[in-house]
Design a protein around this ligand. Structure first.
Ligand SMILES: [Zn+2]
Ligand SMILES: [Zn+2]
Length: 246
């Protein structure tokens, strides 16, 4: 599911309608490859069209269901190729036609501006980090609740009053528990994390972080949920969504 969503996002980022099961999109694939299987060259049409992901959609290869990674082929090539590298598979299927067919496929990838070296491992890592962070936030919350309950039982009324006035003055900026929530982390859009005061964000179980845009002449400061930091864009100069309170 993750690779489907990223594919959709990647298509939109490149200005395409997200790749899907639409007839018009099938026709575009067929036309570009001259109504032939892009591997073995057998004739195909809308009905017999099968779609192969050049870079397979699996956990290690992380190919996307997106324009430039999906090519038209015949059913039997699709069944045979599986997780094999498309160039090796093509060498077996196309014989002396391999250079031409490889060129055609490369032209298509280039036309659609699909970057085969797109570092999705970074996205995937971030995703797993975010999931970890949600779990950590819940654990911390439970821990804090338990801690407070115990403190309340032990404190004298005088201690309580002193604690209360201290905590209301507290303005300490803290790190979160993941790489992207550390103070000083700068994301790919040049947005720098300045930490959290523990104020609740707008996503379930999230803290709100203060972010500062590092773009020259901007320097805008705004709030972001912890999970959004890795991809946050500046609301002032990059068209990012409005900030939340921090
Ligand atoms: Zn074929
Ligand atoms: Zn900015």
């Amino acid at each position: 599911m993750f690779l489907q969503d990223v594919g959709k996002y990647y298509d939109q980022a490149r200005g395409f309608e997200p790749f899907g099961p639409k007839v018009g999109q099938k026709d575009e694939l067929l036309q570009f490859f001259n109504y032939e299987c892009c591997f073995c060259g057998v004739g195909i049409d809308r009905k017999s069209l099968s779609q192969d992901h050049l870079i397979p959609m699996n956990k290690s290869a992380l190919g996307l269901n997106a324009w430039g990674n999906v090519v038209p082929c015949c059913q039997s090539c699709n069944n045979e190729k599986q997780q094999e590298s498309w160039k090796e598979f093509l060498a077996v299927k196309a014989g002396i036609e391999k250079p031409n067919k490889e060129q055609r496929i490369n032209d298509f990838v280039l036309l659609k501006n699909y970057d085969p070296s797109l570092n999705l491992n970074e996205f995937a890592d971030n995703l797993y980090e975010d999931v970890g962070q949600v779990a950590m936030t819940l654990i911390n919350l439970r821990y804090r609740q338990a801690q407070k309950g115990i403190e309340r039982l032990l404190e004298s009324p005088v201690d309580k009053a002193a604690k209360h006035s201290q905590s209301s003055k507290k303005k300490v900026w803290m790190n979160g528990s993941t790489k992207t929530t550390q103070i000083g982390f700068i994301n790919r859009n040049n947005q720098k994390n300045l930490g959290t005061r523990g104020i609740e964000g707008t996503d379930h179980g999230q803290s709100s972080y203060k972010i500062k845009c590092q773009i020259t002449n901007c320097g805008h400061e705004y709030g972001s949920n912890g999970t959004d930091i890795f991809q946050r864009k500046c609301p002032n100069c990059q068209g990012g969504k409005p900030g939340i309170s921090y």
